[in-house]
Design a protein around this ligand. Structure first.
Ligand SMILES: [Zn+2]
Length: 224
């Protein structure tokens, strides 16, 4: 799978440290099922985190210490080339017919297909499914071909993983397996590709904030 959009280093470090809310950790888990590059970065973050815990006195981590750790992560040499290891069969079968169904999501949903899910209409051409996670907000969206979301920013961090189809926004094209790792400063308006519906999984620790508030038109989206 040709993944072009990856997780940020600080997101991987937070995941490795166990400090991401469950809603966001789910999206990271699903992306690493299909992305060898982020799996490799995650192993480095976990190894470095364990190494630092063994040596550091227990003190609150300051911003400068975090930056130093991230710089250290960046400076770590890539592991020597290891013999190619075949991916587990579960990973090989995670993408079928252009549709990505991660094992973590399959287990959570207790479903083999997105068609089996009880989607709820959110707005014309947009359906939503809330996921039962206690920390943060987790949901899936199914956006009809060519349909756009309203322009919005985020109150805080948001991860969005493409499971089927894809969308375009100011940051580029996002295809199956790609992840958008956004903070509150990003304003965007995803538009689903014209040839098939877009299904994505989103995890966040806050809500969405719409720029153009037209109450009756956007009311369905305020439930996001
Ligand atoms: Zn990745």
């Amino acid at each position: 799978m040709n993944v072009e959009h990856h997780l940020q280093a600080d997101t991987l470090a937070a995941y490795a440290a166990g400090s991401l809310p469950a809603a966001m950790a789910l999206v990271v888990t699903c992306h690493t099922e299909v992305c060898a590059s982020c799996r490799s970065e995650l192993r480095r973050a976990e190894a470095l985190g364990g190494h630092m815990l063994e040596r550091l006195p227990l003190q609150p981590v300051s911003a400068s210490a975090r930056d130093a750790m991230l710089a250290l992560l960046d400076s770590q040499p890539e592991p020597a080339a290891a013999p190619a290891r075949p991916a587990p069969s579960a990973q090989q079968s995670a993408v079928k017919g252009g549709i990505f169904m991660p094992n973590a999501l399959k287990n959570l949903l207790q479903a083999d297909s997105y068609e089996q899910l009880r989607w709820r209409k959110l707005a014309p051409g947009i359906e939503k499914l809330e996921l039962p996670l206690s920390e943060g907000r987790s949901f899936m969206l199914r956006i009809a071909e060519g349909k756009s979301m309203p322009v919005h920013t985020h109150k805080s961090s948001e991860l969005t993983l493409i499971m089927q189809g894809g969308y375009s926004d100011a940051l580029g094209d996002f295809n199956v397996g790609d992840i958008a790792d956004l903070d509150g400063s990003v304003e965007h308006q995803p538009v689903a590709f014209a040839d098939e519906p877009c299904i994505c999984l989103a995890g966040m620790d806050g809500g969405l904030r719409f720029r153009a508030l037209i109450p009756t038109l956007l009311k369905p989206f305020t439930r996001l």
